[in-house]
Write a protein that binds this ligand. Structure first.
Ligand code: PGA
Length: 246
């Protein structure tokens, strides 16, 4: 297994004081010989945390970006503004953005192009609803999302996050994850040929310190996208130690 990547998605959490305390608890414990670690705080914390994590192996990601470099887009943040701060990754098309902000596959694809052009690594999220899984439509849904959300020449990271597993404490089973990984890999190869073999696929949805080891040992799982458990230093550190370093 190659070096896995653990991404912490803090969502809309974190005052300056909380964020500094959380990062201080990670510093020194996240080492360069471990798995890759990226934290994704809210936009408001990025500038400050960039200088805090700078001398450490902890990478910094954002939770969204706009598809344009600049312009009349009130309230938005461009990829160039993120790289300017030292941000290396950006989560795109998270189901919460798809649901709360009406982001479509096409929007996500345009953002992924813009992010890559600016030098960011996009982490594009896909995932089915509970109804879609129960009715057996989950693979169709995921297939469409991949086709629609990943641009030509995509060389970022894909995150599989079943919507019913996000924030519910009910992670997908290892069988469900394994079967879905096989499907996603086939789709990536169908869409990108040889390049589709090397796109990393993360699992996200109720990953915690108890289930991380079994999830991270599933074939083709290149790491985890962690929400709730990334806000607690101890839990996040145990997830990191369950991941493969080389
Ligand atoms: P969760 O969130 O770990 O709290 O389920 C994951 C995510 O939404 O990225």
């Amino acid at each position: 297994m190659s070096r896995q990547i653990i991404v912490g998605n803090w969502k809309m959490n974190g005052t300056t004081r909380d964020s500094q305390a959380l990062v201080q608890a990670l510093l020194g414990k996240v080492t360069a010989d471990g798995p890759e670690v990226v934290i994704c705080p809210p936009f408001t914390q990025l500038g400050l945390l960039a200088s805090t994590v700078e001398p450490s192996p902890i990478g910094l990601g954002a939770q969204d970006c706009h598809k344009e470099v600049s312009g009349a887009h009130t309230g938005d943040i461009s990829p160039a503004m993120l790289t300017d701060l030292g941000v290396s990754h950006v989560i795109l098309g998270h189901s919460e953005r798809r649901q709360e902000h009406g982001e479509l596959d096409e929007t996500v694809r345009e953002k992924a192009v813009a992010a890559a052009k600016a030098g960011l690594t996009p982490i594009v999220c896909v995932g089915e609803t509970e109804d879609q899984r129960e009715s057996g439509d989950h693979f169709d849904t995921l297939g469409w999302q991949i086709k629609g959300s990943l641009p030509d020449g995509f060389s970022g990271i894909l995150a599989y996050e079943p919507i019913w597993a996000i924030g519910t404490g009910r992670a997908a089973t290892t069988e469900e994850i394994a079967e879905t990984m096989t499907f996603l890999r086939e789709e990536l190869i169908r869409q990108f040929a040889e390049a589709g073999k090397t796109i990393k696929i993360l699992y996200g949805g109720s990953v915690n310190d108890k289930n991380a080891a079994s999830i991270l040992s599933i074939a083709d799982v290149a790491g985890a996208l962690v929400g709730g458990a990334s806000l607690k230093a101890e839990a996040f550190l145990s997830i990191i130690s369950a991941a493969s370093a080389a």
